[in-house]
Write a protein that binds this ligand. Structure first.
Ligand code: NOJ
Ligand code: CA
Length: 536
């Protein structure tokens, strides 16, 4: 083992697997996944080989935004189970060597949270300043919102409260009032929340919209976005200048990090949708910020070899010294990778994700090639789709139930109806059907994870771009004496490979059908290869 390998933290070497709890496994027939369901599927996660499971919010919530509207940060919603269920899940996960990461939602609470109920009760409430209240501006026919900020889910980011005669800020739904992170009492209360879960043994947090936590103190209007098109969400009408990515946010994150640092080996992951140059500032001064500022660039980059090559280079160069990279292919808010690039390229994407330098985060279902599920209008659940219909913004299609077997409801529920419809092809596309066939995408994910675990160069080795043509990307990963090459064909034509990889041995093909020496280096259509030195 090299020094680097010895020093690497679990969240540097490991693979994070995101579970959207409503859709993983239901155990009581109500059509909604639960904690006991996740617990029963831990053996699957261990079999797959991932290291950590990040669970989207499971706290008590009116579910206006399916748990991202928290009414009690220190409990479990009855829909998902109890604190005892959570403890059992944590214990069983740890027994299998799996870490558990919770979703911390500090930007806003539910409007049913006791803090907001108190804050709203009177201008003189002791918690009034825990949220962001302002008088309206005078308008001809009554008050106008304090400024032009818009909600991420459409409409103004301000709602007028008749009883107390002021507006409150909500970056998302009106049922999700923003907390005032300038208030030290808010910070202290939220640090207590972190400690509550850390003491229970959770291994870290994914922090929701961490780059939005602090807003401009003077609440200045945002400038208009000249490039906005009506086909885009309403929030994009303005440039998010004064309500996002404020310099003061880094102090808030450093304080959260300090709370985690009192415990051994916990990880802080931040949700951040910003360009690279801004994203990397979230590692924080002296790297005392987020351990992993989520890198969502793969979700937004054209699926072509030159664009991906440039992205990886730019990201590697932008990282601060000591900043650990990470990569994401999908999540509960963004299009499914298999829908975006197609079933064949989904395999190339898997190989890319699991061979780049940095911590990969997988999204449940991607490993079975789950694509997007069309949701009929009467089945729509997502409040964003309801608020801004017809723009294709709805997130239900990427949140459909995990498909476990060929049963009536794909093994997801014994009940009559899952909360969102299953994919039409669930009788063929499910874990049981794919698990035993050595050529399926599920087998590929497992083989990649296994290879990544066996070859440290793949997880923590250096990255070097070998070259990129119109459709082929080739890079090298190296650690100590171990040198591996990865070659990915983003196109539908066979492609020659550079001489640099001639004579190497195929360790893994995305088609799972060859392990030969590459005498005539050629990539088949949509093929990806991991290559290593020829075996003796
Ligand atoms: C980001 C989360 O990922 C998304 O699902 C949620 O709706 C918003 N934050 C609001 O919490
Ligand atoms: Ca259930």
């Amino acid at each position: 083992m090299t020094d680097l390998a010895r020093r690497a933290a679990w969240w540097q070497r490991g693979i994070v697997y995101q579970v959207y709890p409503r859709s993983f496994q239901d155990t009581n027939g109500d059509g909604v996944g639960d904690l006991e369901g996740i617990r029963r599927r831990l053996d699957y996660l261990a079999w797959l080989g991932v290291d950590a499971v990040w669970i989207s919010p499971v706290f008590p919530s009116p579910m206006a935004d399916f748990g991202y509207d928290v009414a009690d940060y220190c409990g479990i919603d009855p829909l998902f189970g109890t604190l005892a269920d959570f403890d059992a899940l944590l214990k069983d996960a740890h027994a299998r060597g799996l870490k558990v990461i919770l979703d911390f939602v500090p930007n806003h609470t539910s409007d049913r949270h006791p803090w907001f109920i108190d804050s709203r009760s009177a201008r003189t409430s002791a918690r009034r300043d825990w949220y962001i209240w302002r008088d309206g501006r005078d308008g001809k026919s009554g008050p106008l919102p304090p400024n032009n900020w818009l909600s991420h889910f459409g409409g103004p980011a301000w709602t007028f409260d008749e009883a107390s005669g002021q507006y409150y800020l909500h970056s998302f739904l009106r049922a999700q009032p923003d907390l005032n992170w300038r208030n030290p009492h808010v910070r202290a209360a939220m640090h207590d929340v972190l400690r509550f879960w850390l003491e229970r043994g959770v291994d870290g947090f994914r922090v929701d919209v961490i780059w939005l936590l602090i807003k401009d103190e003077a609440l200045r209007d945002n400038p208009p976005n000249p490039a906005w098109q009506p086909s885009q969400p309403e929030i994009a009408r303005n440039l998010q200048v004064h309500n996002a990515d404020r310099p003061e946010v880094h102090e808030v994150i450093a304080e959260m990090r300090a709370v985690l640092d009192r415990y051994a080996e916990r990880v802080l992951i931040g949700e951040i949708y910003l360009p690279l140059a801004r994203l990397v500032t979230y590692y924080g001064e002296n790297l005392g910020g987020a351990h992993l500022p989520f890198n969502f660039q793969l979700l937004e980059t054209a699926w072509r070899a030159p664009a991906i090559a440039r992205l990886v280079q730019d990201y590697e160069q932008a990282l601060p010294p000591g900043g650990w990279p990470n990569w994401v292919l999908g999540n509960h808010d963004r299009p499914r990778i298999a829908a975006r690039v197609g079933a064949e390229q989904a395999r190339v994407a898997a190989m890319l994700l699991l061979t780049l330098r940095g911590t990969p985060t997988m999204y449940y279902g991607d490993e079975i090639g789950l694509a997007q599920v069309a949701i009929p209008p009467e089945a729509v659940q997502d409040p964003w789709e309801k608020n801004e219909p017809g723009l294709g913004l709805g997130r239900d299609p990427v949140r459909t139930p995990m498909q476990w077997d060929a049963g009536a409801q794909a093994g997801f529920t014994d009940g009559a109806r899952p909360w969102l419809p299953l994919a039409a092809h669930h009788r063929d596309c499910n874990v049981a059907a794919l698990q035993d066939d050595p050529r399926t995408i599920l087998s590929l994910y497992r083989a990649l994870i296994d290879l990544r675990r066996r070859r440290s160069a793949l997880s923590i080795g250096d990255f070097r771009l070998v070259g990129a043509t119109e459709s082929v990307l080739v890079y090298e990963r190296a650690l100590g004496d171990e040198r591996l090459a990865v070659a990915l064909n983003f196109g539908a034509e066979p492609q020659p490979l550079p001489d640099a990889v001639a004579g190497l041995q195929v360790l893994l093909s995305t088609r799972l059908d060859r392990a030969e020496a590459l005498d005539k280096p050629l990539l088949r259509p949509h093929e990806g290869l991991v290559l290593g030195p020829r075996l003796a």
